[in-house]
Design a binder for this molecule. Structure first.
Ligand code: ZN
Length: 279
């Protein structure tokens, strides 16, 4: 397939995945239940929420967006780090997968944000992780340990064995926890790829799975314009916007951010953390 063809196919898959197409798992579209560290909102296989329950055999809730009757939106930033990315850092092909300009923009403009951090990214960038954890406006969530796939056919990511899924996500919590700050039990699957088996594997961990309803497409972007357009054309009250802080793999996210923030402001939409959006 041509590079363009691969891009279009990947973009289509991402859009379909983000829309939950082909995903039979229960979806909580507008959970109003806060998900602090200690309590769990279980969702039964019928899709009915069972507040406070942790029934065995139940699947974690999957959230695509928050309530639509608010003016709030959540900006989320994924910090991917695959083994292949680590190799490119060590052999010097890539200089950085941490977009410090993006982080500085969020800090100076005092924008609340939620970071989905992989264990390997935190290990690669402990100082940046500490900086994120140390900001009271930022929240830390789990994006797996090594950004491997939890299903087959997920962006050519190497696949985790079914028996490794629970341990991978648990190990990430263990890696992130010492950084402190606003830790959560939110989890986002690499590539948003999940199925019932993957959800079942995470049930013992008490996570809330967070997809998102606005895919910025920043890893594929050739400039800031498409990222701005993608976000502002899809965003609405209660949206969860998916972006990346991975610099070399998402070069224009920092360039796009000011126009995105201005566009949100024009519509009266206020960025908040995921916890606040879903509270
Ligand atoms: Zn990712």
């Amino acid at each position: 397939m041509s590079i363009l063809g691969r891009f279009l196919a990947a973009a289509l898959v991402l859009m379909l995945t983000a829309c939950g197409a082909g995903e039979p798992a229960p979806v909580v579209t507008a959970s109003r239940t806060p998900v602090p560290e200690a309590t769990v909102e279980a969702t039964t296989e019928s899709g009915r929420a069972t507040p406070g329950a942790r029934a065995s055999g139940s699947l974690p809730p999957v959230v695509r967006h928050g309530p639509r009757d608010t003016e709030k939106v959540a900006l989320t930033f994924d910090a991917d780090m695959t083994d292949a990315m680590k190799a490119r850092l060590s052999n010097g092909t890539v200089s950085s997968y941490a977009n410090l300009r993006l982080l500085a923009l969020l800090e100076t403009r005092r924008i609340p944000a939620t970071f989905f951090v992989t264990g390997q990214w935190a290990e690669q960038y402990p100082d940046v992780t500490r900086r994120i954890a140390g900001n009271p406006r930022f929240e830390i969530a789990n994006h797996s340990y090594e950004h491997a796939a939890f299903t087959g056919d997920c962006y050519n990511l190497p696949r985790l064995a079914p028996g490794e899924m629970t341990g991978d996500v648990d190990k990430t919590f263990t890696t992130l926890h010492p950084y402190g700050g606003r830790q959560t039990r939110y989890f986002r699957f690499p590539g948003l790829c999940h199925d019932r088996a993957a959800l079942r594997a995470l049930a013992p961990l008490g996570v809330t799975v967070v997809d998102g309803d606005v895919v910025s497409g920043d890893p594929f972007a050739r400039g800031a314009g498409p990222v701005i357009d993608a976000v502002l054309s899809q965003v609405k009250p209660g949206s969860i916007v998916i972006m990346h802080i991975t610099e070399a793999n998402a070069r224009y996210t920092d360039d796009a951010l000011p126009a995105i923030l201005a566009g949100l402001r024009r519509r009266g939409l206020e960025p908040v953390t995921l916890s606040e959006l879903l509270a």
